[in-house]
Design a protein around this ligand. Sequence first.
Ligand SMILES: Nc1ncnc2c1ncn2[C@@H]1O[C@H](COP(=O)(O)OP(=O)(O)OP(=O)(O)O)[C@@H](O)[C@H]1O
Length: 603
Amino acid sequence: MTAELPAAPGDTVGRPAAPRGRRDWVGRLLRNPMAVACMVFLLATVLFGLAGPWLAPHPPGATQLDAVNARPFTPGHLLGGDGSGRDILSRLMWGTQRTLFACVIILCSAVIVGVPAGLVAGYRGGAADSLINWVSDLVMTLPGIVLLIALYTLTGPNLVLAMAVFGVLVAPSYVRLVRGVVLGVRSELYVDAAKAVGLSDARIIGRHILWAVRAPVIIQSSFVLGAGIAIQAAVDFLGLGDPSKASWGVMLQESFANIYTNGWSVVWPATLITWTSLALVLLGNALRDALQVGASRHTLPRRARQRLAALLAEKAGAELAEEAATERPERAAAGEALLSVRGVRVAYPSTDGSAAEVVQGVDLDVRKGEIRGLVGESGSGKTQTACSVLGLLSPQALVGGSVVFDGEDLIADPAAQARARGRRIAYIPQEPMTNLDPCFTVGAQLVYGLRAVRRLGRQEARHELLALLARVGIKEPEHVFGLYPHEISGGMAQRVLICGAIAADPDLIIADEPTTALDVRVQAEVLDLLRELRDERGLGMILVTHNFGVVADLCDAVSVMRDGRIVESGDVRTVLRDPRHPYTQELLSSTRVVDLAEVATDG
Ligand SMILES: Nc1ncnc2c1ncn2[C@@H]1O[C@H](COP(=O)(O)OP(=O)(O)OP(=O)(O)O)[C@@H](O)[C@H]1O
């Protein structure tokens, strides 16, 4: 769940955030002034061409003696006349039609050939993939212009054929693009699910895969159209087109012949070629930003980002001041806290200058030797809160509020945060397997990690880590040290990561759903291990979870999160026995645990 930053007078930050749904890409495109300008220009160009038969003042081939090399604004010839006495405006209108038609042919043949070939290569793989790649590489090596000259000698000037051939030469760019996307999508779980329910390959491609490739194909098409303008102009300019029909390329070629007597005649087709190609390329960029939301987030101008960050910091600051004025039991204990999180806010900016807040003023404390559960449904902001402590948020994130650890505000001082991360504040991730590099042995990764944060010799680090591996319950640590991640189980991988986290002897551990990917028996063992480590080392711990059973089993205190806010916080027994907030009650009632309150009491 997200919320918007409030409006600032005269600023854009208060506008509603750009809708995030895929279908909103048109809205995002229309909010981009550059895209709108390009679309208006291109639409005007198309209308200019289409209107030729009705609005052109003269037929394209009609010659008049008084129009020979006439200057612009000559009566009856707004843009002047060419060397043969033809009206430039009329020829431009007719030529626009022909040039755009040529581009559409290039685009259609490239898409018709390239997209299906890319789909088949990516989806079928094997021999089909090899063959299509081989053909596509071969086509890319063919010299286009030489091929067109050969074609010209065989067929004479034939625009449709020439452009269709060029389209085929451009098709490999689609093959590669589509194949790459399909390779990524093919192994997605929803594609497997579609196969499992018996959908045919054709239906899977039509329903799921084609949808995934539509955005890159649309973006690429914009660039291909831009290139098409240049290709068509070049073909006509070289004399490989039909000189009897007006097009931008033909006009450019003719005007070049008398550039010294009538320079203006070069300006008009050259301007249209340049501007149209440029508009298509810029529109392609804008489409990419609109269709690929992730990319668009990066494109927020620096000043707009700074304004949003300042607003967020101001909002968090105002809240902190307000809080300081009110007495809260949680705050009373803050003095003795190992970690004190106050008014933390995390927001993600959109290109339209608004920002969505995914964490909205979170307060929590962790004391030495205390395990605090951070619990809530998926998307409530638990991980974002944990990552704001560690400074592991994505670079686009705007962060406000304070995270005081050992007297230093980690948000205000990123250098202090970097010093603490991995040394004094360690992290245990959710997916043990994906957090180990498959290319290196377990031992190599542990040694590397430990030596990055502590000055130890290789042998010394190895010695320490072997002892720690044994401590976290790994039998035959020497053997495991030399194994690659794929050779160990999920439970062992999680123990390895716990070993890596405690190796630096941290004061605080942030464990993000450390047992989610494990089976029930291993889950219990890992939870026991975390408890023992806390007892032995007096560690503070934030345990991110959506499981109240885990909270009841392990935690001393709990904070319940919903929609980026803490809705209830307190001692585990109290919260489990007597939940005050309806959301906590709802979460508890949906947690199938025998008797959480009892477990907590026993624990
Ligand atoms: N890079 C990002 N850009 C924009 N929004 C993001 C980004 N990362 C996370 N979010 C959003 O922040 C919200 C909170 O995400 P978070 O990962 O903290 O949830 P969570 O409570 O940890 O959920 P889960 O239990 O599923 O991990 C979600 O709505 C998510 O879509």
